[in-house]
Ligand binder design. Structure first.
Ligand SMILES: [Zn+2]
Length: 134
């Protein structure tokens, strides 16, 4: 089995609802996301996929939708206030945890035709979440 991995960095803010801890308050992260594509075979170029193809698909989406935005649960009371101020947000239907954001990027990659096998999102250098779709 072959696997290639592309690393992308972005910044986001979030908070967790129904949660007791510091992450209940709005705060931000410098995130690192790894997108892995696996295959038992290589293409005519002897590649699983070109690194630039992963970059073009995923980084373009992340830059446009998530980078420097608040990622919030859609029923978060902050949404109305930030919307009124014209602040950019990305809304999800669950708490915007590292696990949820990893799955979001996994699903978006698949929707863009990238046959990803793993997405790992580092919230901090010592805390990360992985989604494999399995
Ligand atoms: Zn956080």
């Amino acid at each position: 089995m072959y696997a290639v991995t592309k690393r992308i960095e972005f910044c986001y803010g979030h908070r967790l609802l129904d949660y007791n801890g510091v992450c209940a308050h709005p705060h931000g992260h410098n995130a690192v996301v790894e997108i892995e594509v696996s295959s038992t075979t290589l293409d005519a170029r002897n590649m699983v996929v070109d690194f630039s193809e992963i970059r073009n698909v995923v980084k373009a989406w992340v830059d446009q939708e998530l980078d420097h935005k608040m990622i919030l649960r859609q029923d978060d009371p902050l949404v109305a206030a930030l919307r009124a101020l014209g602040e950019p947000m990305y809304l999800v239907d669950t708490n915007p945890t590292a696990e949820r954001i990893a799955r979001l990027i996994f699903d978006i990659s698949r929707q863009h035709g990238l046959d990803v096998s793993r997405v790992t999102l580092w919230e901090t250098p010592s805390s990360w979440a992985t989604y494999t779709g399995a």
